[in-house]
Design a protein around this ligand. Sequence first.
Ligand code: ADE
Length: 246
Amino acid sequence: MFRGSGKAESALIVDIVTIFPQMVEPALAEGVIGRARAKGVVDVRARDLRAYTSDKHRVVDDVAFGGGPGMVMKPEPLFRAIEEISVERGAPTAVILTTPQGRPFSHAEAVRFSRMERLIIICGRYEGIDERVAEALVTDEISIGDYVLTGGELPALVVVDAVVRLVPGVVGDDASVAADSFADGLLDYPHYTRPAEFKGMKVPDILLSGHHAEIARWRREQQLRRTEERRPDLLRRHELNKESTS
Ligand code: ADE
């Protein structure tokens, strides 16, 4: 089913299939993602699902077999969208569906997707999508958290943002990506900038000392303390990882 060209020019191609392209496009035009697109490092596009319908009213949903409230996204426009995008762009490396039923999105998932060439993200809407789409086309069902949003557009943007910033050349300073919260399984340390004193609140002396080794040690302690206080689950995992790699 998947046909098309070989390797793309951009490091990463992402197509976001949505019934609300106007909700997605402005977010893609700003900031780091907007600059990466303008430079051609990544090629991220919103695709209007209704463009892949073949009826006069461009219907994308229908009632659920078996009854029950809410509408279900029809299979035909989604199959056609994936097929046509695959022909145009080349076969996708992953087809992601944003849904509260998915496995939790994480830094590790973001790293995995950032190493791929072509992603298609389907934004779920209504009560869900016809299960045949999930079975036949979707490779990864992803949830961004244990809460229900009105649709998968914001989760798709969350995934794109987290993934694109990891693509080499997108964030100028690779060290800043490597030092992220979660990159080594811990939360980030506190940051300060000038002035050294503001409304009676002082920047910790150690950061003004110029002792790089001590600053590094202080930051590590802060990371461990914060993670212990706020995310003990992460700290346990971090310690288990350390044990298994030492
Ligand atoms: N669609 C609605 N809620 C969602 C969530 N929490 N994650 C991903 N997709 C969703």
